[in-house]
Write a protein that binds this ligand. Structure first.
Ligand code: SF4
Ligand code: MG
Length: 273
């Protein structure tokens, strides 16, 4: 039977604002399937976002939602999680929102290890604000602020998250939709701060400036640009050189911040008699 996406959508907020061919719809579908797979009740969930095209996603989903300010979704979500630890927190954020304006919150969110999931919609550009280069725009690519080619070296979100202390880090693409759903499901199920980087596309601001003429062409290039962590183990080094790994890249267990904080409070109370 076909999956019923509408049971999770606020149909009164449709049609959505996303351009034809935008990758965000594919990520939304994977997220809704993961929520369904985990049998999460709508009231157990909270979707939080900052600003940008990806940050419109919570407005379309019929759960608890919070649309906050640019780059600040993690601190808003952290406050809410500490007050209501029973909520499953999922943050949707673009590449600029998560690691340019929100960069400082990103590294401290990873370090703190509160139980929440950050999904980064990495389309390599600022979409909503007019196609400016973001921290992940590849070197040499064209944006409105790098019309002769980007001279900067891009961030690797996954390596940054791992180095900053995130306890679960995964990467998927809008080409690999089954993997995308699987890693989102695993990330939500993980106890601690989990990061899922999704390589996806903005045909309006990135594709048309960088000779990627159709959304299909944009999605298909991820087939050649990536290799799964499982396959990489058995392939010769020359076959994986220059490719991005996809799948679960890092997974460790560490005490969750909210529980750790509560233990400290309980001990202080006991000591005070
Ligand atoms: Fe998607 Fe880009 Fe359009 Fe924003 S501007 S909705 S990211 S295609
Ligand atoms: Mg972007």
């Amino acid at each position: 039977m076909a999956f019923d996406y509408f049971k999770y959508l606020r149909t009164e907020n449709l049609p959505h604002i996303w351009c034809p061919g935008c990758g965000h719809g594919i990520v939304l579908k994977a997220l809704l399937r993961s929520i369904d797979e985990l049998k999460l009740l709508k009231n157990e969930l909270c979707l939080v976002s900052g600003i940008g095209c990806a940050s419109r996603l919570p407005g379309y989903v019929d759960v608890n939602t919070l649309h906050t300010t640019h780059g600040r979704a993690i601190p808003f979500a952290s406050g809410l999680k500490l007050v209501k630890p029973e909520l499953k927190m999922i943050i949707t954020s673009g590449d600029g929102d998560a690691v340019a304006i929100g960069g400082n919150h990103f590294i401290h969110g990873c370090r703190r290890n509160l139980d929440m999931t950050l999904i980064i919609f990495n389309n390599l550009i600022y979409g909503m604000t007019g196609g400016q280069q973001s921290p992940t725009t590849p070197t040499g690519r064209i944006s409105t602020t790098t019309p002769l080619g980007n001279p900067n070296y891009p961030f690797d979100f996954a390596e940054l998250a791992k180095a900053a202390g995130a306890t679960f880090v995964a990467r998927a693409t809008t080409y690999h939709v089954r993997l995308l759903q699987r890693v989102i499901t695993e990330a939500i199920g993980h106890k601690g701060f989990s990061v899922v980087e999704v390589l996806e596309d903005c045909p309006t601001q990135y594709g048309r400036r960088n000779k990627l003429r159709t959304p299909a062409q944009m999605i298909e290039r991820y087939k050649d640009l990536t290799v799964s962590v499982e396959a990489a183990d058995s392939l010769p080094i020359e076959d994986i050189r220059g490719k991005l790994l996809i799948g679960v890249l890092h997974h460790v267990e560490r005490p969750e911040f909210g529980e750790q904080y509560q233990r400290i409070i309980d001990e202080a109370r006991r000591a005070a008699g």
